[in-house]
Design a protein around this ligand. Structure first.
Ligand code: ZN
Ligand code: ZN
Length: 250
């Protein structure tokens, strides 16, 4: 994950290049770039503060955010001003973020700030632990649920966190269901196009889970864009419904 000043150029280039794959092209380019540059700048600032880095390294994300509460709230106010969000009460905005209430003023600002902390934590975690093996769809760094798998050229199957960008290894050599650990090739597989195998939709018949897979190893983008690209795999969902037939999970 690139968080340096060059990060924004990489982000812009990736959005440009993969516009056609990003959620059917409905991405608001200018808004996405504006938000990303604010987030990258906050990450850089936080990273240069030793006291913050220490708390993020020592505590799980939620506890770290609670300990850094004053700082978090001040940043929410700053971001709200920069993004033009009005009547923002940081404490309420933060609560709205946790409950998912997008109607509360400041929700987006709180999201940007919490995500900046989460991304920095992911970076620090990866610096000291590398990419860990973790057979689960739940991010070991921030606790977010991932629906996005990426296949490496070395036949490694990774999950990508849509919130903090951490990447963890689920299996090597063969597909394993991150939800239940099933590795039986007869009951866990990937639906994809016959010719273009860029994206696929994985389905585990044992536990009924489905998740999206970026199969094309030539797609190189900042990790947080992968879940948006993988979303295109939804076009294969009807195949799962057909195969599942009656009583199957959709
Ligand atoms: Zn995460
Ligand atoms: Zn499963």
């Amino acid at each position: 994950m690139s968080t340096g000043p060059e990060g924004i150029e990489e982000f812009k280039a990736a959005i440009h290049r993969y516009k056609h794959l990003l959620r059917g092209g409905e991405i608001d380019y200018d808004a996405a770039v504006r938000v990303e540059s604010i987030e990258l700048e906050i990450i850089e600032r936080l990273r240069s503060e030793e006291s913050i880095v220490r708390v993020l390294e020592a505590e799980p994300l939620e506890r770290a955010l609670a300990r850094l509460r004053d700082r978090v709230e001040r940043l929410i106010l700053e971001v709200a001003e920069r993004m033009g969000e009005e009547s923002v009460e940081p404490a309420r905005a933060l609560e709205a973020f946790y409950t998912g209430d997008t109607s509360v003023p400041g929700f987006s600002s709180a999201l940007v700030v919490v995500q900046a902390f989460a991304r920095l934590k992911a970076k620090l975690y990866e610096d000291s632990n590398g990419i860990i093996k973790h057979v689960s769809p739940v991010c070991p760094v921030c606790g977010a649920l991932s629906k996005t798998m990426q296949v490496g050229g070395d036949e490694k199957y990774y999950m990508i966190c849509p919130f903090c960008g951490y990447k963890w290894l689920v299996s090597e050599g063969r597909l394993v269901c991150p939800y239940c650990g099933n590795s039986d090739a007869l009951s866990v597989g990937i639906f994809s196009g016959k010719k273009t195998k860029r994206l696929g939709l994985a389905w585990c018949q044992k536990c009924g889970s489905t998740w999206r897979v970026v199969l094309d190893t030539s797609i190189r983008v900042p990790r947080l864009l992968l879940p948006l690209i993988a979303h295109g795999a939804e076009i294969y969902r009807p195949f799962i419904r057909d195969s599942a037939g009656r009583g199957g999970e959709s």
